[in-house]
Ligand binder design. Structure first.
Ligand code: SF4
Length: 502
């Protein structure tokens, strides 16, 4: 979006207003593929019946079904994989072909997308758009990607796994054979779609882990970190733009910097980012369980502006299942890890996610998981049904479980977590906490929605504000002191005590 915007495109969230439709896709599990394909088909209807002239499909679905997409959905004019982000410009008719000296020299304020309510497009825009001629498929072979890719690094583990075929796409007919190597940097333009006070920063791409259910490494490529200075510079820029909460993401954030020769890279990065004035909340998601170092925990504990929050997807608790998932460990080891985490950072909120129905998951395996959840008492928990993905090491395994069994196990875990969460949230009543006000509730204008440092954006429960205290109104994106007055299964209700805080 940043590249398109910088090239002169005006962005709209309304497909009926757009001349160019871009569908950014996901394809790591069945439900994500289904949602992506349904969205492409819906947008294709806009192209045949509306004003849209081009339909571009971007993202992970392209990594997996590059040829298939255009063959099966002829309305699609271009595909852009995750390793060739700049190719979106050529696809949209906003840039010279890849390899030209500067993709931006031909631009002169071309606008390819209209915002609702904008006056009709200028002559120069029409000329530029029409002047691109009939759409030509992108030159998106390995050479063109290499031309765009910054120099990337790798870890010895990644190199070894590559030799073992971890990233192979041989089972995927119609996928390009080359892996993405792309990494954005602090100079890559971005359009933030998150509320103005919050932003995500991706600190690394790809993954070297061998988890047998997962095709993300095949889609995203080998693990590579963004330069340390680049991440710090981007964070500084975002804070200068008014962002007050930064969430660091990557397929495995706890590996950050290993390919750059950094020891305890994530802790070092957090230390540096926490020094940025006016950055009120800093957090990271997707920690790998055996990489939660004492130094990392000490760093979380040391800085007031690092949220006391840890997201560590554990995937299962039965040692047998974890062994077959090629993740190792088990309930006993995990309980020790959680104890270490809670000791180092006493008030920390813990989030995890599990997969139910992995091939061969016995009732006993499932009960081990259930027992573990009862003991671990996570603040937030997600459960995913096993998705059988071609190209994953688990795909050829026997003993696949019936969908109904998987679904009922998922429901059983969610019900269990509901009762754990309900009891835990009762303990919140009376607590005084700092809230980030996010805006009026979608359910009713009588309530505002907010989050504490113990809630990551979008995924965890909510804080509803039903009492503004002495204040006439609240400001979106500002922080307030509040007291929790009521608790529900996952959500709590609060009353404002003072604010906005500086
Ligand atoms: S660590 Fe996460 S992204 Fe990497 S292979 Fe395992 S599940 Fe997939």
């Amino acid at each position: 979006m940043g590249l398109l915007h910088r090239a002169g495109a005006r962005l709209t969230a309304h497909p009926e207003d757009a001349e160019i439709l871009v569908v950014n896709t996901c394809s790591f599990i069945d439900t994500a593929k289904e949602e992506s394909i349904n969205t492409i088909l819906e947008m294709a209807r806009h192209k045949t019946a509306g004003t849209a002239r081009k339909l571009i499909v971007a993202g992970c679905l392209v990594e997996r079904y590059r040829d298939e997409i255009q063959k099966s959905i002829p309305e699609v004019d271009a595909v852009v994989g995750t390793g060739e982000l700049e190719a979106i410009l050529e696809a949209a008719g906003l840039a010279a072909p890849i390899g030209a000296p500067s993709p931006f020299t031909i631009l002169s304020g071309a606008a390819a997308v209209t915002l609702p309510g904008q006056e009709s497009q200028s002559g120069s825009h029409r000329q530029t758009t029409e002047g691109t001629g009939p759409f030509k498929p992108l030159n998106s072979g390995p050479q063109s990607t290499a031309a765009l890719a910054p120099e990337t690094t790798s870890r010895p583990e990644g190199d070894a796994r590559e030799r073992q075929g971890r990233f192979s796409r041989d089972d995927w007919q119609g996928a390009a054979s080359f892996l993405p190597t792309y990494l954005y940097d602090e100079n890559t333009p971005r359009v933030l779609t998150t509320p103005k006070s919050s932003a995500y920063i991706k600190i690394a791409e790809g993954c070297d882990h061998p988890c047998t259910f997962c095709v993300i490494p095949n889609l995203r490529g080998k693990f590579r970190s963004r330069r340390f200075e680049s991440v710090v510079a981007e964070a500084q820029q975002l804070v200068a733009r008014g962002v007050r909460e930064i969430t660091l993401i990557g397929q495995d954030t706890t590996c950050y910097g290993e390919d750059l020769g950094l020891k305890d890279g994530l802790a070092t990065l957090l230390d540096a980012l926490a020094q940025i004035p006016n950055l009120r909340w800093l957090r990271f998601l997707y920690a790998y369980p055996n990489r939660i170092s004492s130094n990392l925990l000490a760093t979380i504990a040391r800085h007031n502006n690092i949220c006391k929050y840890l997201d560590v997807p554990l995937q299962h608790a039965s040692p047998d299942v974890l062994k077959r998932m090629k993740r190792g460990a088990g309930a006993d080891i995990f309980l020790k890890t959680l104890e270490k985490v809670r000791k180092a950072v006493p008030s920390i909120a813990l989030r995890t996610s599990f997969i139910v129905g992995f091939p061969g998951e016995s009732l006993r395996d499932f009960e081990i998981l259930e027992e573990f959840i009862k003991e671990a008492k996570f603040d937030w928990l997600g459960v995913f049904n096993y998705s059988d993905e071609e190209g994953s090491a688990a795909f050829p395994l026997d003993q696949k479980l019936p969908k109904r069994t998987i679904e009922s196990r998922k429901r059983r875990l969610m019900k269990l977590q509901q009762s754990i969460s309900k009891r835990a949230k009762q303990q919140w009543i009376g607590r005084e906490l700092v809230l980030l006000a996010e805006g009026e509730s979608e359910e009713t204008p009588l309530l505002w929605e907010a989050r504490t440092q113990y809630h990551a954006p979008e995924i965890d429960g909510k804080v509803y504000i039903n009492d503004f205290g002495d204040l006439e109104a609240l400001e979106q994106g500002r922080f307030y002191k509040a007291q929790i007055t009521e608790a529900h299964d996952y959500d709590v209700v609060a009353k404002i005590l003072s604010g906005p805080l500086d």
